[in-house]
Design a protein around this ligand. Structure first.
Ligand code: AQP
Length: 333
């Protein structure tokens, strides 16, 4: 039986290889399976949990849609829309924030990481963001949510919220408890500068990530400069436990070539990093350059992108307005 898929990406600029391998690649596969109903959301309400330049945000919303389409998501098959265009998300988030418990949110590690030492100055939105994410998913009765490993905890929270709502209002299975779809391998791509840190849009150094809009020369240069260690390439997968940068680069290679760590380690065992990096650049350019060129082409056609969002929002509104109406009735409004 087909799956009901919902997932989102924040339009915060610099969509990168981590977003691609951890999430978007999976979106494309799910979109290609005709049995599935897929909804991919540009989560702009999430983006403003940290300060955004309004002009940049508008540009980034279009760029995220362009990235979806350039990566292979077909807007005729999947619903693509931006969250702020569908009022039920904000309404649902408020109601669910009265179901979620402070103690649950206090455990969220992403808030701790993003707020850093000065959490008193973080926005309330950054703290309650996982409740909005729960509303996003639950409004569409999503059965499966494809995400990178970093979103696992938020998805568990979403499941808890759905179960508590159903229990509190004694209405069995009303909110569908969704399953995470997290790839077993390569679900967390790390920074090219530090194998212990997640590849991220907000990292200051652009050399830490491969952007999906990078040119061939930028990709080759970033791989050349990517951190490694002085030893030759590892001979066993076990060695990778101690060699985080090598593990990340080999993982990227394996993911892009649809292979696995064992085979990829075997291919380059004992060789110099320079030889491996050349091959890695080659496969990266082969994958990312066509996407990058297509994104640039699509960005020249703003009305096409805006139309995708408009049509997507109409369809999303049709589904979510029915669900939020029922939620309100259940609550007693
Ligand atoms: N490094 C990563 N490896 C694997 N998957 C990743 N994702 C993000 N980074 C990696 C997955 O991409 C999807 C969209 O992410 P997002 O844009 O909603 O936000 P994020 O997880 O906060 O991404 P960043 O890059 O880390 O942004 P900043 O720097 O703004 O915090 C999600 O499914 C995510 O798991």
């Amino acid at each position: 039986m087909g799956k009901k898929i919902f997932s989102g990406v924040q339009p915060t600029g610099n969509l990168h290889l981590g977003n691609y391998l951890g999430a978007i690649k999976n979106f494309v596969n799910l979109n290609n399976d005709n049995e599935n109903e897929c909804i991919f959301c540009v989560v702009d309400l999430h983006a403003i949990t940290v300060k955004q330049d309004p002009k940049e945000l508008k540009k980034n919303i279009r760029e995220t849609v362009a990235t979806f389409v350039a990566s292979g998501i077909d807007p005729k098959k999947s619903i693509i829309f931006n969250q702020s265009a569908v009022a039920a998300h904000a309404e649902g988030a408020w109601i669910l924030s009265c179901v979620a418990r402070m103690g649950w949110l206090n455990r969220m590690t992403q808030f701790k990481e993003k707020a850093g030492k000065d959490k008193e100055k973080a926005s309330v939105g950054l703290y309650s963001y996982p409740v909005l994410m729960a509303a996003d998913i639950l409004l569409y009765d999503a059965s499966h949510v494809p995400v990178g490993d970093d979103q696992k905890q938020h998805l568990e929270l979403c499941r808890d919220i759905a179960q508590k709502f159903n229990n509190d209002f004694e209405i069995e299975n009303f909110l569908q408890v969704p399953e995470p779809l997290i790839q077993k391998e390569f679900s967390r791509i790390m920074s090219l500068k530090d194998g212990s840190k997640k590849m991220s849009k907000s990292e200051l150094s652009d050399l830490s990530r491969i952007n999906l809009t990078d040119t061939k020369d930028q990709i080759v240069n970033k791989i050349k400069k990517a951190k490694t260690d002085p030893l030759p390439m590892p001979k066993t997968v076990k060695e990778l436990d101690e060699r985080l940068e090598a593990k990340n680069l080999i993982g990227i290679y394996a993911s892009l070539t649809n292979s696995n760590l064992e085979k990829s380690v075997e291919t380059f065992a004992g060789k110099n990093f320079s030889e491996f990096k050349e091959k890695l650049s080659e496969v990266l350019v082969g994958k990312i350059e066509p996407i990058s060129l297509e994104i640039k082409k699509l960005l020249d056609n703003q009305s096409y992108l805006d139309n995708i969002l408009l049509e997507g929002a109409e369809k999303a509104n049709l589904i979510s307005s029915k669900k939020i109406k029922k939620i309100k009735e259940i609550v007693g409004f």
